[in-house]
Design a binder for this molecule. Structure first.
Ligand code: FES
Ligand code: FES
Length: 360
């Protein structure tokens, strides 16, 4: 299975490493790494997870696919190798990225997958290594890594190699603290050009919004912008939110600070903290009532109303919606005073009570 890019052995590995080193040097010389508040556990998760993924998990998955393919589908081995690159390459890349979009989105909407992905969002600072911060099982189940193995088996190794390089460049760039797009928004001509660019590939602004702590800032959308290389899937499937600002706060709204081993090796190592979702004793309970809540607001201030019904800080969102299909509703108070916020979560006029609770 030849997968040399442009005939140069391991070129794709050097290009990905080169991209990491490039952003690493940028972050180092800009003083970001020196000022970083990352703990030892954060570094273990980010750097350790990168090496485990690159050296163990990806090669292991590809080896399994090649072994199974050779014994069960030997007639199909290498059938893409004689095909034109112009269609094999986009086919590989588009399927890869749409698979990752749905896997990533499911990891925010499904309780089990969320626990494998949650550590990615515990990072309170962006940085290129955050790209690789996930539980080991998250990567083992990742469908697009299996797709890499399948296309390699079918003889599309060169398409895989080029796709991996381009995709890693976009992903590392969109996680880095050195936001390549930020200066471009200040120049009128380039600002217009970026309207096109951001509708095709994931920019740092688009992805940083996904890592923002809460929607309340008007910039972040932790339950949107799921794309990895292309933003087209978010636009097609209704989860895109374009912004040109960057969040001030990153991380989870409610972070019990699990030990790195509990996060990286979930569900094989359990958290002992009952407040952590990674603990076997953690229970997500509904906190809804059939009466509205009188809530004091300040004119011009933004709030996020809990829509999922699991918040422990009703009627406001506390981040408990993660792992469900719900997301909070942001609203800005029009005047000082009080409003009646729905707490049965059945209103048709969210976030305000519309009397529906009387029919429940
Ligand atoms: Fe966020 Fe319910 S806790 S929507
Ligand atoms: Fe939900 Fe009134 S409390 S509609």
């Amino acid at each position: 299975m030849e997968n040399a890019l442009f005939g140069i052995p391991n070129l794709q590995v050097y290009l990905v490493l080169g991209t990491l080193i490039f952003f690493g040097l940028l972050e180092t010389f800009s003083g970001h790494l020196r000022a970083s508040k990352r703990t030892f556990g954060d570094w273990i998760q980010e750097v350790g997870s990168f090496f485990a993924l690159s050296v163990l998990i990806k090669p292991f998955i590809v080896l399994i696919v090649l072994t199974l393919g050779s014994s069960l589908f030997s007639n199909q081995a290498g059938i893409l190798s004689g095909q034109a690159f112009w269609w094999v390459f986009p086919l590989y890349l588009l399927v890869d990225d749409v698979l990752q979009y749905w896997y990533h989105r499911s990891a925010h909407e499904n309780p089990f997958l969320w626990k494998l992905h949650r550590t990615h969002h515990q990072a309170e600072e962006m940085g290129f290594f955050v790209s690789y911060r996930n539980a080991a099982l998250y990567y083992l189940l990742m469908p697009n890594i299996w797709w890499v193995g399948i296309v390699t088996f079918l003889g599309g190794g060169a398409a895989v190699a080029l796709g991996l390089v381009l995709k890693q460049m976009v992903i590392i760039g969109s996680h880095s603290t050195k936001k390549w797009d930020a200066p471009l928004y200040k120049i009128p001509l380039l600002r217009d050009m970026m309207t096109v660019v951001e509708r095709i590939i994931v920019t740092p602004a688009f992805h940083h919004a996904h890592h923002g702590r809460s929607k309340v800032d008007g910039v972040s959308d932790p339950n949107g912008n799921f794309g990895n290389m292309f933003s087209i899937w978010d636009q097609l499937f209704g989860s895109a939110m374009f912004t040109r600002k960057f969040p001030k706060d990153y991380g989870l709204m409610n972070d019990p600070k699990d030990h790195w081993s509990e996060a990286y090796l979930h569900p094989f190592i359990k958290s002992k903290n009952p407040a952590s979702e990674l603990s076997p004793s953690y229970v997500k309970e509904k906190t809804t009532t059939k009466v509205p809540i009188k809530f004091e607001v300040e004119k011009g201030k933004a709030y996020t109303w809990c829509q999922c019904g699991f918040s422990k800080k009703q009627p406001l969102c506390d981040g408990s919606h993660q792992g469900t299909k719900f997301k909070p509703v942001r609203f800005v108070a029009e005047k000082d005073g009080h409003v009646w916020l729905c707490n049965c979560k059945a209103t048709k006029k969210s976030p305000f009570c519309d009397g529906t609770h009387n029919k429940l």
